[in-house]
Design a protein around this ligand. Structure first.
Ligand SMILES: [Cu+2]
Length: 666
């Protein structure tokens, strides 16, 4: 890629960095003291301002002004093998072509005394708010639509500001149409840590689960590990609705008028956004004999859970964020957690014969029996395990007596794999049977076996597939044109939420085009021309105006453009650029190789989905320089890769996957 092309592409990013790379200017005396070496670790795929640490107000060596920027994303998650569901989540403000959005919404951590500002940027297509549950805060910050504020409409921003007063485990959730919005995933844990000097820790835990850096008070209390555990139950008849339609008013009608939450029948039970067996991989409770482990439990679902710990009797240390006095900390092996409640537990792994039964792999699950199924197929649900050190197999899963392999096969949860080894019936395993098979009884027929409905088709999760090069910019432009494009909710037409104006652009062949983009919303939009090589994108939060250049190809072609923020394209943000006379893309002369070489830095590795997020240089003929999420095939190439590592890689355009990876020195 030429330097100038890269500069053009990076223009917006640079402007953003300039605006945000420097912390807030100090205003008071305390602020003059250095905050120390702590830097919030970057969150893969999030903007640098997702978490902004400000001044040290009490002069104790840690920042006390915490700004968190959240947007609202619609995501598809594979909750158990083969089953994809749609969720809405609060997510760290994203950037580029990958997303930090996960279920549940991120665990937020602050310290007593912190001035917290949660900026809600509503990038979604329905109104939302944030209600912070359990904390002491002003009435105007309570986040109840119509009662304390107007609901935050699509494209708008609202800032929730409060001083954290009581330490403990709290949570936050959308308060708009709560019977639908909370159960769609708009909920996360909020932890307020006691104030301690130089109390540095990361403020957002994406996807909840293991907390990698304990706060000071936890260490003082003797904890060696801490987990954020968010339980949810969903009725997937609700979660499937958004994927059935792109008309926002139709989605609203189906979710709030056709669907009746009083007739709700939960069928999927989640711990930190996953059901068994993925819970074992994503939220195992790793422990070591002799240490103390803090479990913070939130029930963000709508039914009571009866959480049972095999082999262990943890102590209840806090309820709803408020501590249980030392003399009253009772031990149990089943904990009832009502909807919205939080229970803090102290787990004492070891072999003391009182609180723990000794090393091994011990189940931990909701003991209301339907909750250990996936849509009625056992084992499933929120079942995970307390896994002692040394009890992990080579594949990273807990070491068990036989094998868990069949539970990772989607066919198991489609009801097509027998529960028990057919040999116990002195029979052979059979091919998938039809419903008619229930009546087949004659010798030699399939044994009776019920079938399950097929899981819903997932929406494409392949960002690369959506961005194929269909035209290459010409080398020396012959003319110049400046075009103003407005984008945002005000540019939407009837039936849309967001739009561009104009949405049909006419340009010349081989022309240098300066696109002046005015974002009229206070959320992020990302105008992208995916088919152009190098690919063009201008992404920023408004209300503001940015300008960037691209060069058109030297042939008649019509290039689609759209906003790359989740759901904005189908909610109205798309248009076309007619180059010359326009026309359908004709494949460019086929080059001999469909392999492309690239270099980049590993941002994150997702072993579960065999995906790799890379911050890469331009991949000539394939992709501009950017942060991007790629499929990796075979998945074994991911093994041993870690964030920050520099690599050389090969992409197979036909497979749309990275097929070779080699480390680069330095
Ligand atoms: Cu947009």
């Amino acid at each position: 890629m030429t330097m100038s092309a890269r500069l053009r592409l990076g223009l917006t990013v640079l402007a953003m960095l300039a605006a945000l790379g420097v912390p807030c200017p100090p205003a008071g005396r305390a602020a003059d003291r250095p905050v120390g070496p702590w830097q919030e670790p970057p969150i893969p795929c999030a903007t640098e301002r997702a978490v902004v640490l400000g001044r040290d107000l009490d002069g104790d060596g840690d920042p006390d002004e915490i700004d968190i920027h959240l947007e609202v994303d619609e995501i598809q998650e594979e909750v158990y093998p083969g089953q994809f569901e749609t969720f809405w989540v609060f997510a760290p403000e994203g950037k580029g072509m990958c997303s930090p959005a996960r279920l549940p919404s991120p665990t937020i951590r602050v310290e007593v005394g912190d001035h917290v500002r949660i900026h809600l940027h509503n990038t979604h297509y329905l109104p939302h708010t944030i209600h912070v549950h359990g904390t002491i805060h002003p009435n105007a910050m309570d986040g109840v639509p119509d009662f304390t504020q107007a609901p935050v409409r699509p494209g708008e921003t609202f800032t929730y500001e409060f001083v954290a007063r009581q330490p403990g485990t709290f949570w936050y959730h959308c308060h708009v149409q709560t019977d639908v919005h909370v159960l769609m995933g708009l909920a996360g844990m909020l932890i307020v840590e006691p104030n301690r000097p130089r109390n540095n820790f990361r403020h957002l835990i994406v996807g909840a689960g293991r907390i990698p850096d304990l706060a000071k008070a936890e260490r003082e209390e003797g904890y060696g590990r801490e987990y954020s555990l968010v339980y949810m139950d969903i009725d997937d008849r609700l979660n499937q609705i958004p994927a059935t339609n792109t008309n926002p008013s139709e989605i609203e009608r189906r979710m709030h008028r056709d669907y009746d939450t009083t007739q709700r029948r939960p069928n999927i039970f989640l711990l930190n956004g996953r059901a068994f067996p993925f819970t074992l991989r994503d939220t195992p409770i790793d422990v070591r004999a002799g240490e103390r482990v803090k479990l913070r439990i939130l029930n963000a679902g709508a039914r009571t859970i009866a959480l049972h710990t095999h082999g262990h009797h943890p102590l209840i240390t806090a309820l709803d964020g408020y501590p249980v006095p030392a003399g009253q900390r009772i031990a149990r092996d089943v904990f009832s957690v009502l909807p919205a409640q939080r229970v803090d537990l102290e787990l004492r792994p070891g072999d003391d014969g009182r609180y723990a039964s000794g090393p091994g792999v011990w189940l931990m699950h909701d003991h209301s029996e339907q909750a250990v199924t996936n849509n009625g197929i056992n084992p499933g649900g929120d079942l995970t395990a307390i896994v002692y050190e040394g009890f992990r197999a080579a594949d990273g899963l807990p070491r068990v007596a036989t094998s868990l392999k069949r539970f990772f096969d989607p066919e198991y949860y489609r009801g097509k794999i027998p529960v028990f080894d057919p040999s116990i019936f002195h029979a052979q395993a059979t091919a998938p049977s039809s419903p008619d098979a229930r009546t087949a009884t004659a010798a030699g027929d399939d044994p009776p076996y019920p079938t399950r409905r097929e899981p819903a088709a997932a929406r494409a999760d392949d960002t690369v597939a959506e961005h194929r090069i269909v035209a290459t910019s010409c080398r020396s432009p012959r003319s110049f044109q400046r075009i103003l494009v407005k984008e945002g909710s005000r540019q939407a037409q009837p039936g849309e939420v967001y739009g561009f104006e104009p949405r049909l652009l006419h340009v010349e062949r081989c022309q240098d085009v300066e696109l002046v983009v005015e974002n009229t919303d206070s959320v992020r939009h990302a105008l992208m021309i995916p088919g152009l090589n190098p690919m063009f994108m201008v992404e920023f939060r408004g209300p503001s105006t940015e300008s960037a250049h691209f060069v058109t190809p030297d042939r008649d072609i019509t290039l689609p453009f759209h906003c790359h923020v989740a759901t904005h394209e189908e909610m109205g943000m798309h248009g076309e650029i007619v180059v010359g006379l326009g026309g359908p893309p004709v494949p460019e002369p086929d080059t001999a190789s469909h392999l492309h070489e690239g270099r980049g830095v590993v941002v994150s590795v997702d072993l579960r989905k065999s995906r790799l997020v890379l911050d890469h240089e331009e991949i000539p003929g394939f992709m501009a320089a950017m942060v991007m999420n790629y499929l990796v095939n075979p998945p074994s190439l991911l093994q041993g890769l870690h964030p920050g590592e520099k690599i050389r890689f090969t992409i197979d355009e036909d497979q749309r996957a990275i097929v070779r990876v080699a480390p680069l020195p330095g």
